[in-house]
Design a binder for this molecule. Structure first.
Ligand code: RB5
Length: 146
């Protein structure tokens, strides 16, 4: 599995925690920053990362900002992206099983490093259940392709 990882200035510490988890899971990771001292704009990271998932270069992306909201709004503008904003273990699991989410967004100002690490571990390790959920996810793609 190949995962692209990014954050704005509000998510740098959590991004480093998540990078460690991905390394432990032996996931291939490209970390595109930010390497920021000052503030940057989350769409400048979310959109390129999401595009590289949508074009098949990466299987998934993990995007972190202060709240995770800016990253998720931006990533979901990219056709083919199903970005989930997750701050608990239940939805980390279920968004993979039911929504086949291909982008995980978290907020560093919302949760601590321990929970973020477990969310990343759960999300990366959980498979899509397909079945009835396939039909629902397909309806999103049909709308995008209208
Ligand atoms: C940056 O201050 C902050 O707005 C950003 O990290 C994020 O929380 C936006 O959704």
């Amino acid at each position: 599995m190949k995962v692209i990882l990014a954050s704005d200035h509000g998510g740098v510490s959590l991004r480093k925690e998540v990078a460690q988890v991905l390394n432990e899971l032996e996931v291939e990771v490209e970390d595109i920053g930010c390497d920021c001292e000052g503030s940057v704009d989350y769409p400048d990271y979310a959109i390129p990362a999401a595009e590289r998932v949508a074009n098949g270069e990466f299987d998934k992306a993990i995007l972190i900002c202060g709240t995770g909201i800016g990253m998720s709004i931006s990533a979901n503008k990219v056709k083919g992206i199903r970005a989930a904003l997750v701050h608990d273990l239940f939805t980390a699991k279920v968004t993979r099983e039911h929504n086949n989410s291909n982008v995980l967004c978290m907020g560093e100002r919302v949760i601590g490093p321990g929970l973020a690490r477990e969310i990343a571990r759960t999300w990366v390790s959980t498979n899509f259940e397909a079945g009835r959920h396939e039909r629902r996810v397909s309806k999103i793609a049909e709308y995008e392709n209208k």
